[in-house]
Design a protein around this ligand. Structure first.
Ligand SMILES: [Fe+2]
Length: 390
């Protein structure tokens, strides 16, 4: 069945359903755009779906142009170039079109077209977001083409700061795109290994949000159902990319993950960010590799929680071990490597990456408090494949 369709209003306006890309011009108009800048990455820019989206807007009378100077793990220069293109073209809004890198860059461009301060002044620290000139921000319609990052419903952009090779989070509540258009047909061309990697990013968001300490039943409710969808549909989306129903459920599960992680993330993301910032490893793939090691590390804080999750997921072994085994089985089924060594992280990286992981904003959401030594040990576990359950 590919007729799944929904119009939702939280955490923002979401229009979900196969083929709904044709609604793009009306959503741009609804936000007051006459000349949207469509921001995507260089790889996607060559695909027919991008040309079609631009043409849909142009045929509807909108002065739509393309900006595609966006690299994986985007950097400040991508944002600066986008701001220049926005101003040179007299644009009045942004269509954020693509995977996490394109969406994050597009959101940052929409923020920065109205600011005079440097972008790093808006890092997600203390109340730095109050420095933003909100009136200068451009409106954003987000169109995700991967199911994983959930950036389309997020209030932040992750950018690599080349001055110290760290991932930094640029945050403002109004960076949440005003309208999200989720068309699963846009994701059918994604190769299976990327589908697997970004799908595991979605799982890591739901899982880390669910495990983060703090009282937030709304986030937890979204997270557990997000994980149930992933359990049922990620293997199908990986094995048959043309399964639009599987693609649709994964797109929603991805948005659910990013909605839930307002509660917090944890050490999976803390470990992953330094690997991507220094070695350009794929974010979702890195999370997928470290996932069971982090779960096992946090076991003492998670026994009750995992028992409840296992019941909801319908696992035969309704316990912490049941969830851990499910994660290991899922990883194997969709061909995720078992160790960080297999994706280029070496033992000598453990020590320099540990303080970066400790300082990562995700660390505060880990179920157990972490030290620099803990992160060094956890890196070594992930690199060597040290896992009792495996
Ligand atoms: Fe993530």
């Amino acid at each position: 069945m590919t007729t799944l369709r929904g119009n939702w209003n939280y955490p923002t306006l979401i229009r979900f359903g196969a083929g709904r890309i044709v609604e793009l011009p009306e959503h741009c108009r609804a936000l007051g755009m006459q000349r949207p800048l469509l921001v995507t990455d260089a790889g996607l820019a060559a695909l027919p779906m991008v040309a079609r989206a631009v043409k849909l807007c142009q045929d509807a009378g909108l002065g739509c142009e393309l900006f595609a100077d966006v690299q994986p793990n985007p950097v400040e220069a991508n944002v600066t170039a986008g701001v220049a293109a926005f101003k040179a073209g007299g644009h009045d809004g942004v269509i954020a079109f693509g995977g996490g890198s394109a969406l994050d860059t597009a959101k940052a461009i929409a923020l920065m077209v109205g600011q005079t301060r440097p972008i790093w002044d808006f890092e997600d620290r203390e109340d730095w977001f109050t420095r933003v000139n909100v009136a200068g921000m451009a409106p954003v319609v987000a169109v995700p083409t991967t199911a994983g990052t959930g950036s389309e419903v997020g209030r932040a952009s992750v950018l690599t700061d080349l001055r110290d090779h760290t991932k930094k989070i640029i945050f403002h509540p109004k960076m949440l795109p005003a309208i999200v258009l989720e068309d699963p047909e846009l994701t059918v061309g994604l190769p299976s290994h990327i589908t697997a990697a970004v799908g595991m990013d979605a799982l890591s968001h739901n899982l880390e949000a669910y495990c983060a300490p703090g009282y937030h039943p709304m986030a937890e409710g979204i997270a557990v159902e997000g994980m149930r969808l992933i359990r049922e549909w990620l293997p199908r989306a990986v094995s048959n990319g043309a399964d639009v129903e599987a693609r649709g459920h994964m797109l929603v599960a991805s948005s659910m993950g990013a909605t839930a992680f307002q509660k917090g993330l944890g050490a999976m993301h803390s470990l992953s960010h330094p690997c991507s910032a220094n070695l350009n490893t794929h974010h979702g793939l890195t999370n997928a590799v470290v996932m069971p090691y982090v779960l096992e590390w946090n076991r003492s804080a998670l026994e009750d929680r995992m028992t409840r999750l296992a019941a909801w997921l319908g696992l035969a072994d309704a316990s912490f071990d049941g969830v851990l085994q499910w994660v290991l089985d899922l990883r194997r089924e969709i061909s995720i490597p078992h160790t960080l060594a297999e994706i280029g992280v070496r033992e000598e990286h453990a020590r320099p990456f540990a303080p970066q992981a400790l300082n990562d904003p995700s660390t505060g959401g880990n179920p157990l408090p972490m030290t620099e030594r803990d992160f060094e040990q956890l890196y070594l576990n992930c690199i060597r494949g040290t896992l009792a359950a495996a």
